[in-house]
Design a protein around this ligand. Structure first.
Ligand code: SF4
Length: 77
């Protein structure tokens, strides 16, 4: 299984939550923006790394985001 990182540009995210229905790991944070399990928030960016078979879900969430705020990248071994 390949590790991948999901990151969200929180400056772009406006809490439409189209991502939630594509990938159940996305959830609403207390401030109305998005959060991910094990996610780190730093300088307006949320990042979380996963090693599971759900990369496609994250990519669907990225494709569904109307603001193009989500990116999914493979972690180089
Ligand atoms: S779909 Fe995009 S803009 Fe909407 S909550 Fe998710 S990341 Fe934020």
């Amino acid at each position: 299984m390949t590790e991948y990182t999901v990151s969200v540009d929180l400056e772009a995210c406006d809490g439409v939550f189209a991502c939630l229905v594509r990938d159940g790991r996305f959830a609403e944070a207390e401030d109305g923006l998005v959060t991910l399990p094990g996610g780190d928030r730093e300088e307006g960016r949320l990042t979380a790394t996963f090693d599971d078979g759900n990369r496609e879900d994250a990519e669907q969430a990225a494709a569904a985001c109307p603001l193009d705020a989500i990116s999914v990248e493979e972690v180089e071994p």
